[in-house]
Design a protein around this ligand. Structure first.
Ligand code: EPU
Length: 420
């Protein structure tokens, strides 16, 4: 297994190109299953998760080719069965279920199981498929959905934590080929959902309201091949903005979309960090001394849960008490005990972490537990005095394209080594 060795204390300076969004690319790749014609998807980030999704598509019968960020998927003939060995490795693979059900009217997909950030149920996905007329059976660790025909309906998709991103994606994809009109109420408003709707529309789907809590899909008989460019990754952009602030540097985020980052830039501004437009790009730097702030994660347009851990690293450096409340995933605090190893003073109280910021951080070996927790540890390591070894960085490689190379270009002293 590989680790990052980071010599901290160097302010990041320069420009970083933001890659295509992982969480937009994954469902868009799955959507290519909805047609027998070839689809071309541009700006697909080269990550272990996107490569893995390509393997899943292949296991279902599709041909895929990834070349310099452009992925071609040709799902001429597919089967509707995805086994445990594939699905368990990536929870996001559940988004193949909607397109399989839409196109084949049946799907048999292994239940993804939980993951380190929480239970991650799929009850809302299943409720939605049922509302479209599918019969659902759970047996031997697999969920089977089958319908003679899918029919449009009005359905409320809200759950205990609000909307569901992949649930909305799954329902949109299945409903695209259902007979009649489907209305999803309490739909997720994330930019990744809007991007998927744009791709589906390019394939011939009839969708309105994506980006709002009410999405209307008028089913069509058939979808055709399409080309699409994936949106820039707002979570990667946020991660680099926070890294710039944490190291007291100045970083230009090439291609980042300000309109996707409002909750973050608002919070950063309150904490003393400016994220300003510079032509087509955004630039992040401290504009004042860091200040403690309170953060609550919420569905979009609220503060993203996928940036909670990174923000915690920054707030560990801000003098005063910050309260970070996690409303989306109940146990997404695995980074807290690792940040403590670097000297951070953080206590967990129910769904909140109380960060007593301003203590100096010093390098230590730490263990990455999930993708965003790993990013938080890298940020803390960049800001800490001395050497930090972040172990198990395969988590990072799932969702950040060449993070070490990008950081080195910004001046960071970071290298990839075999875990000792
Ligand atoms: N939920 C249910 N029932 C369901 C589905 C979800 O109760 O059937 C709950 C979840 O337990 C959670 C909340 O609803 O409390 C929101 O979960 P959501 O379904 O929106 O998450 P997801 O679609 O499975 C995507 C991203 C995650 C990101 C979340 C929230 C992908 C591939 N994954 O997951 O990304 O944290 O939305 O924004 O798009 C990451 O990139 O590190 C990551 C974990």
């Amino acid at each position: 297994m590989e680790s990052f060795l980071i010599k901290g204390g160097v302010p990041l300076h320069g420009e970083v190109a933001i890659s295509g969004s992982k969480n937009a690319a994954l469902p868009i790749m799955a959507a290519a299953l909805l047609t027998g014609e070839p689809c071309v998807i541009r700006r697909v980030p080269d990550l272990s998760d996107t490569r893995f999704m390509a393997r899943i598509l292949e296991s279902l019968g599709a041909a895929t080719k990834l070349e310099r960020g452009t992925l071609t998927v040709h799902a001429q003939k597919i089967r509707g069965y995805a086994d445990y060995e594939l699905v368990r490795k990536m929870r996001g693979s559940i988004c193949i279920m909607g397109p399989l059900l839409g196109r084949l009217k049946q799907a048999r997909v292994s239940l993804p199981g939980g993951c380190v950030i929480g239970a991650r149920p799929i009850n809302l996905h299943l409720k939605g498929f049922q509302a479209l007329g599918a019969k659902i059976k759970i047996e031997g660790g697999y969920v089977e959905a089958a319908a003679k025909q899918l029919g449009g309906t009005i359905l409320f998709l809200g759950g205990r934590a609000g909307s569901t991103v992949l649930g909305t994606a799954n329902l949109m994809m299945a409903a695209a080929l259902a007979a009649g009109v489907t209305v999803i109420e309490s739909a997720a408003c994330e930019p990744e959902v809007v991007d998927l709707a744009a791709f589906l529309t390019a394939m011939g789907a009839k969708i309105s309201g994506a980006g709002s809590p009410t999405i209307t899909i008028t089913g069509v008989k058939k979808l055709h091949g399409a080309e699409h460019e994936v949106i820039p990754d707002r979570i990667e952009a946020a991660t680099f903005a926070i890294a710039a602030a944490a190291t007291n540097g100045e970083v230009t985020l090439r291609g980042a979309r300000a309109d996707h980052l409002r909750a973050l830039t608002d919070k950063l501004n309150e904490a003393g960090v400016a994220v300003e437009r510079r032509g087509e790009n955004l630039r992040a730097r401290r504009r004042a001394a860091l200040k403690a702030v309170d953060v609550t994660t919420l569905p979009y347009p609220g503060f993203p849960t996928d940036v909670q851990a990174q923000m915690m690293s920054l707030l560990a450096l801000a003098p005063g008490i910050s309260i970070i409340t996690e409303r989306i995933f109940e146990s997404r605090f695995m980074h807290v005990s690792e940040l403590a190893r670097l000297g951070a003073d953080i206590e967990i109280e129910g769904p909140s972490a109380i960060v007593k910021g301003g203590r100096p951080l010093s390098g230590a070996p730490v263990m990455a537990s999930d993708l965003r927790a790993s990013a938080a540890l890298v940020i803390a390591g960049l800001a800490a005095k001395g050497e930090t070894q972040v172990n198990r960085i395969y988590h990072l490689d799932r969702g950040y394209e060449g993070m070490d190379a990008k950081l080195r270009k910004l001046g960071a002293r970071i290298r990839r080594v075999e875990e000792k």
